[in-house]
Design a protein around this ligand. Structure first.
Ligand SMILES: Cc1ncc(COP(=O)(O)O)c(C=O)c1O
Length: 394
């Protein structure tokens, strides 16, 4: 829901970049130039040292600093995420830039996406950054340290209470970074619950079609946004023109894609959970097939929590990714090959449904675990495909 004064998310996805429409094309053109002509009018030439404000977002100098397609993409994201958004070449390069900005001495972090731990290890090598558990005592953190919270968490799709970790960080003068990749705008606004910096792997729902790499950081602080842009100029981890052009095209449909994916995932989880709960299932029924191979389902929709934080944090539905644990490793290994509509691949957030025997790309997980990212297929077809595949397994 949105008030009549503030346009809704889909309207902003279509119009937050209207100021960039400096040609008459309805579909934004792709600009490939790395460099841009200065004004022909000498009275309009401002030397670099004399520039005092960001200026006109449609004026560019060199594409490592800014370029038309990434700027357009960022304008839409800033409106959707409710914070100044800076785009990067990948989700991990966004995390690298967040840690470069804050340069903490300690980082408190849970299991989550294994690649983020690779970035942390890199900082440990360079700066001695110390890694602490997510639930370390608050007084283990000091001013300027960081809590990195992934919610919902990869690969399970279960959620953590953002407000709780914001309070913990702020009680010590530390900062909270929320990796909200699994719950894009529409499902979760981490700033509402106290996040200082919001991070996304835009490769997932922002791209939405499994065809572009991208990362995003968003902040409410002007000084941080300016520093992040300046750091990006020197690190050079900008998003490509082609990717940001695809990104704009994808953001146009973000809300409808994610709503549908979230709804379908929750329906499938509900169906699986219902099957697991049937007592003494009739031979040959869906419930009997599910119970023969499936041990546990992980998703925020079936997560038991104390209090009402989860409903407040995700009022419009849960993430489109969930995980299942099979009764035997061989079932997890064989299930993807029995499915027709679920493609066996890593990653998530695309229009196509993916399943991954998670041990294929993550050395740290139980070998009975499968991660599922629901796409835009009709959920009943996905359910029927799963039910058939479960029967074939036993
Ligand atoms: C939660 C989370 N954060 C960050 C990343 C890294 O993003 P990228 O692959 O775009 O670098 C991923 C990738 O899967 C992820 O799932």
């Amino acid at each position: 829901m949105h008030s009549s004064e503030t346009p809704g998310a889909s309207t902003r996805s279509l119009h937050a970049d209207d100021a960039f429409n400096i040609v008459t094309d309805v579909a934004p053109p792709m600009h490939v130039s790395t460099t841009f002509r200065y004004s022909d009018d000498p009275s309009h030439l401002v030397p670099y040292a004399d520039i005092t404000s960001p200026g006109d977002p449609t004026v560019h100098v060199y594409s490592r600093a800014s370029a038309p397609n990434p700027s357009r993409f960022e304008a839409i994201l800033s409106s959707l995420i409710h914070g100044q958004s800076i785009s990067y070449s990948s989700g991990l390069s966004a995390l690298h830039s967040a840690l470069t900005l804050l340069n903490p001495r300690r980082i408190s972090v849970g299991d989550g996406y294994h690649g983020c731990h690779g970035v942390i290890a890199l900082f440990t090598r360079l700066t001695g950054l110390q890694k602490l558990d997510l639930d370390c005592p608050a007084d283990a953190l000091e001013k300027g340290d960081v809590i990195l919270l992934e919610t919902p968490v990869n690969p399970y799709g279960t959620a953590f209470d953002i407000a709780h970790y914001a309070e913990k960080a702020h009680s010590r003068g530390a900062f909270l970074i929320v990796d909200s990749t699994f719950a894009p705008p529409g499902l979760q606004d981490p700033f509402l619950h106290g996040a200082d910096l919001v991070m996304h792997s835009g490769t997932k729902y922002f791209g939405g079609h499994s065809d572009m790499l991208c990362g995003v950081l968003a902040t409410k602080r002007d000084d941080w946004a300016a520093q992040l842009k300046s750091d990006r100029l020197f690190i050079g981890n900008v998003m490509g023109n082609m990717e940001s052009w695809l990104g704009v095209r994808s953001l146009r449909t973000l809300e409808v894609r994610v709503q549908r994916q979230s709804d379908s995932a929750t329906r499938l989880v509900g169906w699986l959970d219902g099957c697991l709960r049937v007592r003494d299932p009739v031979a040959g029924s869906d419930a009997a097939a599910v119970q023969a191979v499936l041990k546990e389902i992980f998703h925020a929709s079936v997560q038991k929590v104390e209090g009402d934080w989860l409903k407040k944090q995700m009022p419009n539905g849960f993430g489109p990714v969930f995980a299942i644990s099979m009764t035997e490793e061989r079932f997890a290994k064989e299930l993807p090959s029995k499915l027709r509509l679920f493609q066996h691949a890593t990653s998530l957030g695309g229009v196509e449904t993916l399943i991954e025997w998670r041990t294929m790309s993550d050395a740290s997980v139980d070998r009975r675990l499968l991660r599922i990212s629901i796409g835009l297929e009709n959920w009943e077809d996905l359910r029927n495909d799963l039910a058939r595949a479960f029967r074939e397994l036993v």
